[in-house]
Design a protein around this ligand. Structure first.
Ligand SMILES: *Cc1c(COP(=O)(O)O)cnc(C)c1O
Length: 461
């Protein structure tokens, strides 16, 4: 029984212990290896324990978690992490999450958490303002862009079918008018996943070729109609490019199509002096974006934004006799029923940055990406994209050397970025998306890449 913390003082002591360990971890950021050493990875064997018959001391478990777990983390919360588009966690947002853990709210509806209902409403309004999207839109705070895209596309299909006199809630899909999906070949894999889960077979989805920059080629757009869902993209994962919303969306809208935009990270360009890249995006019907990427909230945090609040609220409604709420309660805007208040870290991030702080962070990242691209070019790499925002796509002399460079950088523990394939050739992607990353870190990355290339050239046959 002693391990069950019947004693409040013991509970507080354990939480303090966790906070001390968390603070220690934070203090090592910037000094630790970005990817764990082989020794740290081997240390994970300590977790190969049998499920205990009887409960063990939580403080001892916490020590194990910290002593063997912390060294085996990837330091994504480090200024030298350039992988995927993984932003770090802003202190304000991380601190809000810590407090929320003590609250332990089920933020489904007002009765579950008045404070969450209030703050998520404020956060929703702030999101629409900072991203300059139609102010009447509903904002659902979900776990990921994947889940939020799924919610938006479900809302799109339900609305389209309703317009054609078909009630999907009652009738399902068998015999329903066909809804066609059009998307670019460079659409993110999770958009395809959301479509697959919703029952849009990949063979029936109309895939539009990309132009040389990775954007949907408008000249290849098929005829659209009022049964089409067109998925566009703000921020392609390799190149960071944006579809030509100004040209494409009015065409789609004139045909009666529903336009959804995946802006998992790229939508944040709209909160900065790079907003011109998103011109016309406000004419879409729904948008997805992440908090846990460019806004630098902790995981899991994303948003479904839907111009017609009733479309999202209808598709996601989960009212029950024992749990009915306002149509716009978060449980009626997201896939989750029980849920944490993901809008609170968004609120905390936006409040601590302000509009100028968001713009400054986004603009700094874009500037650093340019600086890294220039440094890589000088070091003899080939930069493959135009570096329109915070993404740099590059390669070495050939596939073999490119892969070797990525491996060497990852193994160095000095930085981390991932491999990719562009136009059938090996490449690597560097994403600048951490609030912690400054010029000094960009310079260190360039220095590392220069050293690796020299070494590579020497060891090549
Ligand atoms: C990361 C990403 C997604 C998926 O977002 P999750 O929050 O990881 O589900 C979708 N689209 C793009 C362009 C992305 O970069």
């Amino acid at each position: 029984m002693s391990s069950l913390l019947a004693d409040p003082a013991q509970e507080v002591q354990l939480i303090r212990n966790a906070d001390d360990r968390a603070a220690n971890y934070l203090r090592q950021i910037g000094y630790r290896r970005v990817f764990p050493s082989d020794e740290s990875l081997a240390g994970l064997a300590a977790f190969d324990e049998a499920l205990p018959e009887h409960g063990k001391d939580p403080a001892e478990g916490l020590a194990l978690l910290d002593e063997k777990g912390s060294p085996a983390t990837v330091a994504t919360n480090d200024p030298r992490y350039f992988g995927f588009v993984i932003g770090a966690a802003l202190p304000a947002a991380a601190a809000a999450e810590r407090l929320m853990l003590s609250w332990d709210q089920s933020a489904s509806l007002f009765l579950g958490s008045p404070v969450a209902a209030k703050i998520e409403k404020v956060a929703a309004n702030w999101i629409l303002e900072v991203l300059d999207l139609p102010r009447e839109s509903a904002v659902g705070f979900g776990t990921s862009a994947t889940a939020c895209t799924l919610a938006c596309i479900a809302a799109a299909r339900r609305s389209i079918l309703a317009r054609h006199g078909w009630n999907i809630d009652d009738e399902g899909l068998i015999g329903a008018p066909e809804v066609e999906v059009v998307l670019c070949e460079t659409a993110h894999i999770t958009v395809k996943k959301a479509l697959r889960i919703l029952g849009f077979g990949m063979k029936r989805v109309h895939i539009v070729p990309a132009d040389a920059y990775g954007r949907l080629d408008p000249s290849k757009l098929p005829a659209l109609n009022d049964r089409t869902i067109l998925c566009l993209q703000a921020g392609e994962v390799n190149t960071g490019e944006f579809d030509d919303f100004q040209q494409i969306i009015p065409r789609a809208k004139a045909a009666g199509a529903w336009v959804h935009v995946d802006g998992a990270f790229g939508l944040w360009a709209r909160a900065s002096s790079y907003a011109h890249l998103t011109s016309g995006i406000e004419q879409a019907d729904s948008w997805t974006t992440d908090g846990h990427k460019w806004l630098n909230t902790p995981y899991d945090c994303a948003m479904s934004i839907c111009r017609d609040p009733n479309a999202l609220a209808g598709a996601m409604n989960s009212d029950a006799v024992y749990s009915s709420a306002s149509p716009y309660a978060q449980k009626n805007l997201t896939l989750e029923f029980s849920r944490r208040a993901r809008g609170i870290p968004v609120w905390a991030a936006l409040r601590s940055l302000g509009k100028t702080g968001v713009a400054e962070m986004v603009e700094r990242h874009c500037l650093l990406a340019r600086q890294i691209a220039e440094g890589l070019t000088e070091a003899g790499y080939t930069v493959l994209n135009r570096v329109v925002i915070n993404q740099v796509l590059a390669r070495a002399a050939d596939d073999e050397e490119t892969k070797a460079v990525v491996k060497a950088a990852q193994e160095s523990g000095e930085a981390w970025f991932g491999a990719s394939i562009w136009n059938g050739k090996a490449a690597f992607r560097i994403s600048v998306s951490s609030w912690r990353t400054h010029e000094l870190h960009a310079e260190r990355l360039i220095t590392l890449m220069r050293a690796i290339r020299r070494l590579e050239v020497r060891i090549r046959p």
